[in-house]
Design a protein around this ligand. Structure first.
Ligand SMILES: [Zn+2]
Length: 402
């Protein structure tokens, strides 16, 4: 007798109830290119029902299946996260760490304020001028702002070079493509909307000026070998070859997001050595922006130190969402410990309010992907191989622990 594989049934349930949560919280479903009627049928389902059905589907996966099949482990983690996210929406209190553990399968490391102060002390002599250090950093970086009418051209040039370099190591479908759109009024700097069939819409937020040295990072993160490539490879391997319906869906608040953000962040580092990046910036991007490249290296050095403050966002979000710091205290703390301008600190807090513990996916994800890839590979070619295999697998964050 022919029966539907039990994991296929679990997968269908997972997709349907994730879509149901997406009907309640529109941010939840980042991409869906499965049967359109499933989306229609997902309307009107309550949070209580989603919680029960997620638990039921999770219980249908046995420990033996989890041990034997990466697909089973992936579905189990995604279902546990779906249940937790629905509970959170339904008013169940979670601390920041409980939420990140239940939804993203990780807990962000906690560093004392002295850790950030140490990085800030290294930055102090490099930031001349008047005012607080955050103001001095803002004044310095504003000299490298891209004129708004040239942003799209620079970003396109960045994505093109990132794609060319990625294709040397990762074969991509011939029809893969992307489009770029400038938008405003968002809590993020840029966003990749995957549309299926190897096509992405990459949006860039123009609310805050973008400096020329961020182009390559964002182009890699959103495009190549970041989100666009990850989604394309999952569609090719998991959907077209395996016919696994759970990969026709991308829920934002779930463990797969940590893999996505971690690989996108690390992918920028893998795709460009600091020297290669500076060469491209100096030869192409600075002239396109009408900026003098003489201080490009200095800016990149400062930015590298600034990146050491990345985890400050996790800490600020933890204190704010756990009710240990008010909004104004959090904005103030970010100015002192992350050298954020008041405007950027406010944008950060809006991000925490909107996406909550999602913030951990970036720095924690990057550190996990980096140590995973680099523990398995020595040469650049090997690193790309391990990286591409990770992007083509149903990995969960705990698989990355080395
Ligand atoms: Zn991202």
């Amino acid at each position: 007798m022919l029966t539907l594989n039990s994991l296929d049934r679990v997968a269908e349930s997972y997709v349907r109830y994730t879509l149901a949560l997406g009907e309640i919280d529109p941010y939840h479903v980042d991409a869906f290119f499965g049967p359109p009627e499933w989306k229609e049928q997902a309307k009107g389902i309550t949070l209580e029902e989603i919680i029960d059905k997620a638990a039921e589907a999770r219980a249908a996966i046995s420990d033996d299946q989890i041990k034997a099949a990466p697909r089973a482990k992936f579905l189990a983690k995604q279902l546990e996260a779906l249940k937790a996210q629905a509970q959170l929406k339904n008013g169940t209190p979670f601390t920041f760490d409980e939420e990140s553990s239940a939804v993203y399968d990780v807990v962000a490391p906690a560093f004392p304020d002295s850790y950030y102060a140490n990085v800030v002390n290294q930055l102090e002599p490099l930031l001349p001028g008047q005012g607080t250090l955050a103001e001095k950093w803002e004044a310095l970086r504003s000299q490298f702002n891209i004129p708004p009418d040239r942003l799209e051209a620079l970003f396109t040039a960045g994505v093109d070079i990132a794609r060319e370099r990625t294709k040397k190591y990762i074969p991509l479908p011939a029809n893969e493509s992307f489009e770029i759109e400038l938008v405003s009024g968002e809590v993020w700097g840029a966003y990749n909307w995957y549309k299926g069939q190897s096509h992405s819409l990459i949006q860039v937020n123009t609310d805050l000026p973008m400096t020329v040295n961020r182009i390559i990072h964002l182009a890699c993160h959103e495009g190549y070998p970041g989100h666009h490539v990850y989604n394309t490879l999952l569609e090719k391997g998991m959907v077209e070859e395996n016919n696994w319906v759970e990969f026709k869906l991308f829920p934002l608040y779930s463990p797969i997001a940590l893999i996505a953000e971690g690989t996108a962040e690390y992918g920028a580092e893998l795709n460009f050595s600091p020297g290669d990046r500076l060469d491209f910036e100096t030869e192409v991007l600075y002239p396109m922006a009408g900026l003098d490249p003489a201080r490009g290296e200095e800016l990149n050095h400062i930015q590298e130190l600034m990146d050491g403050l990345g985890n400050a966002s996790n800490e600020a979000a933890r204190r704010y969402l756990d009710g240990r710091a008010s909004k104004s205290e959090t904005i103030e703390w970010l100015q002192v410990h992350a050298l954020a301008s008041p405007k950027r600190a406010e944008q950060n807090v809006r991000f925490f309010e909107t996406h909550r513990a999602y913030i951990v996916t970036y720095d924690v994800g990057e550190a996990m992907v980096k140590s995973y890839v680099e523990s398995k590979a020595g040469s650049v070619e090997e690193k790309w191989k391990v990286f591409a295999a990770l992007l083509s697998s149903p990995a969960v964050p705990s698989d990355l622990l080395v």
